[in-house]
Design a protein around this ligand. Structure first.
Ligand code: SF4
Ligand code: SF4
Length: 180
């Protein structure tokens, strides 16, 4: 039958010649190909010493933003979790107590907020869905781990620190991301 791709090869079972049985020409030919590759431009990088520039639209590890006064923006509305196609986000909401106004911007906040980074496909829909500008994807990589449980990121890893603010405005306006 005619192959659709036209790349099929007819298998031959003709006996090997004396030279083919020696295998030496084939081995030398293979070594020659390997030798010529030494002088070609390398397509691989010596990671982690060398890294490749990210695409401007790269979406990596999430951040839960604080406002200028250091209060968490997230109001635990759950829209990000509903929008997430991978069902990677879970949270437990709580009411803000009196005296906690300096911690949480809204009257409700996420007491627990978790993202399963093994489920996440970094689509950015949580960012799109958030009405409070609380969650954003950054250009940070999710580090590798040995245990699956270590990929469940809680608020300790997601909420930005006031000493290490993460600026996502560049990425949103120009397609680039920078961290401060
Ligand atoms: S980036 Fe996509 S998959 Fe990952 S948590 Fe957000 S919505 Fe879910
Ligand atoms: S991150 Fe945004 S969408 Fe998700 S619960 Fe918080 S406020 Fe709602």
């Amino acid at each position: 039958m005619q192959s659709l791709s036209n790349r099929s090869k007819v298998v031959s079972d003709k006996p090997m010649t004396f030279m083919e049985k020696l295998y030496l020409p084939a081995i030398l030919g293979g070594m020659w190909i390997t030798f010529t590759h030494l002088f070609r431009k390398h397509n691989t990088l010596k990671y982690p010493e060398q890294t490749k520039a990210f695409a401007p639209v790269y979406r990596g590890m999430h951040v839960l933003k604080r406002d200028e006064q250091g209060r968490e923006n997230c109001t635990a509305c759950g829209l990000c979790a509903v929008a997430c196609p991978a069902e990677a986000i879970t949270m437990v909401a709580n009411e803000r107590e009196q005296g906690e106004e300096h911690l949480y911007r809204e009257e409700k906040y996420a007491e627990i907020y978790e993202i399963n980074m093994l489920r996440c496909i970094f689509c950015g829909l949580c960012e799109e869905a958030c009405p409070k500008e609380a969650i954003f994807l950054t250009d940070r990589l999710v580090p590798t781990e040995y245990e699956r449980a270590d990929f469940i990121y809680g608020k300790d890893k997601l909420v930005e620190s006031m000493d290490y603010r993460i600026d996502i405005t560049d990425r949103q306006s120009t397609g680039k991301r920078t961290e401060k």
